[in-house]
Design a protein around this ligand. Structure first.
Ligand SMILES: NC(=O)C1=CN([C@@H]2O[C@H](COP(=O)(O)OP(=O)(O)OC[C@H]3O[C@@H](n4cnc5c(N)ncnc54)[C@H](O)[C@@H]3O)[C@@H](O)[C@H]2O)[C@H](O)CC1
Ligand code: K
Length: 518
């Protein structure tokens, strides 16, 4: 699903109106009618309302008036409050407001805080609120009676359907400009907006639904945007295809360089997840003394034992590692590896000399902080999978600065170092410096030990199966989250384990395939 910035959306609007001659009022009618249809369907259990439309002074409010008219026509009881004086409403919005007024619709005006406060005491028993205050025209901090109205909606005991954007959310960055509506759903016009799925606004958007505006296909197809939301359809298009006569050699051999004393589980989870994601063969490079622990529980994993130091791999293993990767298709480095100086030396030499696609995670990222120059000099592709704390260490920013600018920070690092960055978190960001894809699957139950190891195993698996690094990371992020969503359905939102997610990977893949075959 393409994601547009506010500027791109405005340009698309203008092109449609000025170059193709579709009147703005037709777009507004299509927007309002499409949104009303979705609302009537989603909230049919609340029929016939009453419903309160809270309208701003611009075209977002105009959409609200169209929605009010259609819901009224379909038997809903609708009240409209306009957060401006009547004569402040202009253009297409004014046309639709006047249609409501001419139809004796229940419309009131509350152009300041006192008026809103005085009237709002009578708006009892509303079953649904429709937020038509601000759309992609919001361009500054929300203040005054607009802020009061948003806070009132958030405190009101009824779901809120957001028209185009949850009011208060900046449509491109996803920043909350003072206060924002906490929506149950957002009806986005023509395309989803980048801000609706970006931190922190993604928690304001609720269920995202795109409303078709009837723009000419040649206009919507001409949109060249680098932002995408990874959904089941996009993930299905990335899945490695299997033929009847394929054999395990067809699907690559992944090498997992991970584990140390007390952290053999990280190596096992990474390697096992790589198998469950379809790699033909998976070998684990692990210190001699730990092989037994590794092999005991996952006989499908092969091992490449190496003599390190004190139960962890060290730079003394480099020659053995180089011999091992000669037979491999892709390498994952880092989970549970350890972070002392000899590990740092081993990782630096592997990064410098291994020609294969490599995914660097966890301890490998920690030890690379002071030797980042090696990344851009690699001959092979590199995927890094930092969580916000690791991204902060890699960039020298604070975690808050990373989280407030997730897309920009990840995109700049990817561009500067020639790598694919998968920045973990709610709505994981995947970028190669140009493309920016945002993951739509997953849930907060994933904040537990080992989830990152599983993800790393999935990435190296798709790399070994021949996916280009950006797509391998994007597909892994989606399937990983989809498996976790299945675990949430089965076990509840807290307490399912990384091993449960790993075991659910095949089912998650099957459901993605079935959903897109349907
Ligand atoms: N193709 C489409 O996407 C269509 C979108 N439509 C709707 O139009 C809005 C955008 O309308 P616009 O008038 O440009 O802006 P808003 O209605 O979002 O905002 C109203 C108005 O508010 C002013 N403003 C901005 N920030 C603040 C602030 N902090 N405090 C007070 N006032 C503020 C600004 O001047 C705006 O003009 C889009 O979202 C859709 O809902 C079309 O109806 C159909 C096609
Ligand atoms: K809105």
């Amino acid at each position: 699903m393409k994601l547009l910035t506010a500027q791109q959306m405005r340009e698309l609007d203008q092109t449609t109106i000025n170059d193709y001659g579709v009147p703005g009022i037709v777009l507004m009618e299509n927007a309002g009618h499409g949104a009303a249809r979705f609302i009537a369907e989603r909230y049919q259990h609340l029929f016939p309302g009453p419903v309160l439309v809270v309208a701003g002074k611009g075209n977002n409010g105009g959409d609200g008036y169209v929605i009010a008219r259609h819901l009224e026509n379909w038997g809903w009881t609708v009240k409209v409050v306009v957060l401006a004086e009547h004569d402040a409403i202009q253009g297409d919005a004014a046309v639709n407001l006047n249609v409501l007024l001419n139809s004796q619709a229940d419309v009131v005006f509350a152009a300041d805080g006192d008026s809103f406060k005085a009237q709002s005491t009578s708006w009892c028993g509303m079953k649904l609120l429709i937020d038509a205050v601000f759309g992609n025209g919001l361009n500054s901090e929300v203040r005054g009676h607009y802020r009061q109205a948003i806070e009132w909606m958030n405190a009101y005991p009824a779901p809120v359907a957001a028209v185009d954007m949850p009011s208060g959310v900046e449509a491109t960055s996803g920043r909350i400009l003072g206060v924002a509506v906490a929506a149950d759903c957002s009806l986005s016009f023509a395309f989803a907006k980048l801000g609706q799925v970006s931190y922190p606004a993604q928690r304001c958007s609720g269920e995202l639904h795109v409303v078709d505006l009837g723009m000419p296909l040649c206009v919507t197809r001409s949109v060249s945007c680098c932002y995408c939301l990874i959904d089941a359809e996009l993930a299905a298009s990335l899945l490695p295809v299997r033929q009847a006569d394929d054999h395990k050699g067809t699907f690559g051999h992944a090498l997992v360089v991970a584990g140390s004393v007390g952290k053999v589980g990280a190596a096992r989870m990474t390697a096992h997840a790589a198998l469950r994601s379809g790699a033909g063969l998976v070998s684990a490079a692990i210190e001699y003394d730990l092989v037994g622990q590794l092999m005991a529980q996952t006989p499908e994993i092969m091992s490449r034992p190496m003599r390190g130091e004190n139960g962890q791999l060290s730079v003394a293993c480099f020659d053995a590692l180089k011999e091992a990767w000669a037979d491999m298709s892709a390498v994952a480095v880092g989970p549970g590896l350890g972070t002392d100086v000899t590990v740092a030396a081993l990782v630096a030499r592997l990064v410098a000399e291994c020609p294969l696609p490599v995914v660097l995670d966890a301890d490998a990222l920690t030890v690379m902080v002071n030797q980042l120059c090696g990344l851009s000099q690699r001959s092979g592709a590199t995927v890094i999978t930092p969580h916000p704390g690791e991204m902060a260490r890699l960039t020298g920013l604070s975690i808050a600065e990373v989280q407030d600018n997730r897309i920009d920070v990840a995109q700049a690092f990817a561009r500067d170092h020639g790598v694919v960055v998968l920045l973990k978190g709610a709505h994981t960001v995947i970028t190669d410096g140009e493309r920016v894809w945002i993951n739509s699957s997953g849930n907060s139950g994933m904040a537990s030990a080992g989830m990152g190891d599983v993800l790393t195993g999935m990435i190296v698996s798709y790399l070994a199966q021949g996916l280009e690094p950006f797509c391998a990371a994007a597909l892994a992020a989606y399937v990983h989250g989809a498996a976790a969503d299945l675990c949430r359905q089965q076990f509840g939102g807290v307490g399912y384990l990384a091993g449960d997610v790993m075991a659910t990977i095949p089912m998650a893949r099957r459901l993605i395939e079935e959903e897109c075959d349907a």
